[in-house]
Design a binder for this molecule. Structure first.
Ligand code: DAK
Length: 263
């Protein structure tokens, strides 16, 4: 991947796994406009990188994943600029969902407001035992602005989403796991290695098959069962035209590990 100029993020890739880290530690990795634009640039580059198989999203330091949209920056916005700011956040979240490769949120601390919205746009969420989750926008007289009302209600159900959003309360990692916001809770110091391990495992599988599965689950969630199943059938058939499916089945029959190429 060609180097991109980044100030508020770091990006690195190894063994087919990219890691983007929001790095504004002094503001608990809060998302301002520049950070959102840098995230969009990273997503563009990731989309074009044929060697990547999974992307991890995390926050710098021990305290925060992302503590929300940047309140200081937001406090100066009028309605039109606020609308454009919300558009940017929506584009980042939709961009993560639309990536073909799977994404993992490594929630290493506060995931609040826009931070929780960012995590929910990832395919898999793993939390450190120090993570705290919430949509505290109402404490500021605001409401979720990057898709939180929709994604949270789909993740945890409308009633729990209403409780979280109306109260602005924070929830611990175990509570978040119990309500389906995180898949597993991991000791804080082990989180990044744990997520890299999950990402490497996924990276070793057939990339086109993983991508088509992601698309079928994603699109199917907003469709009827019948049209979701139709999409699955189409994708299943399509895989039989790929070199990877031929290689995967041949490798099984020859009792060896497959060498997938993503084609
Ligand atoms: N923005 C900017 N700075 C933040 C921040 C944030 N979201 N969160 C923390 N910081 C800064 C603090 O101001 C402080 O800076 P200094 O005073 O050191 O300069 C530094 O990070 C450390 O924070 P604390 O000193 O407060 O640390 P504590 O451990 O005491 O508390 C905390 C941690 C996470 C509980 C607390 O910082 C906190 O409550 N932070 C705010 C969390 C929050 O409310 N997040 C939601 C933000 S609102 C929309 C678009 C988007 C949105 C809404 C609408 N439209 C355009 C319609 C999204 C909104 C949000 O995400």
């Amino acid at each position: 991947m060609a180097p991109i100029d980044l100030e508020n993020l770091t990006y690195e890739a190894a063994d087919g796994v990219g890691t983007v880290t929001v790095a504004r530690e002094k503001a608990l990795n809060a998302l301002d406009e520049k950070t959102l634009r840098e995230l969009l640039a990273v997503l563009d580059a990731v989309r074009l990188d044929r060697d990547l198989r999974a992307l991890i999203v995390t926050g710098k330091g021990d305290k925060a994943f992302v503590a929300g949209a940047d309140i200081a920056a937001m406090s100066t916005l009028g309605p039109l600029r606020a609308r454009r700011f919300a558009d940017l956040g929506h584009r980042v979240c939709a961009g993560l969902e639309e990536l073909e490769l799977p994404t993992i949120a490594a929630v290493n601390g506060f995931a609040l407001g826009g931070g929780l919205e960012l995590a929910m746009a990832c395919d898999l969420v793993y939390a450190s035992d120090r993570a705290r989750f919430g949509q505290p926008e109402v404490n500021l007289g605001l409401m979720p602005g990057f898709g939180g009302t929709q994604r949270l209600a789909r993740r945890v159900g409308p009633m729990r989403a209403k409780e979280m959003i109306f109260s602005g309360a924070m929830y611990g990692a175990e509570q978040a796991r119990a309500m389906g916001l995180a898949l597993e809770v991991v000791p804080h110091g082990e989180l990044q290695a744990f997520c890299r391990e999950k990402a490497r495992l996924i990276a070793s599988r057939g990339p086109v098959a993983v991508a088509r599965s992601k698309r079928a689950i994603q699109v199917g969630a907003d469709e009827s069962l019948a049209s979701g199943c139709e999409l699955e059938r189409e994708s299943f058939g399509l895989l039989f035209g790929t070199a990877d499916a031929a290689e995967g089945m041949r490798a099984f029959l020859e009792k060896r590990a497959p060498a997938f190429k993503g084609s």
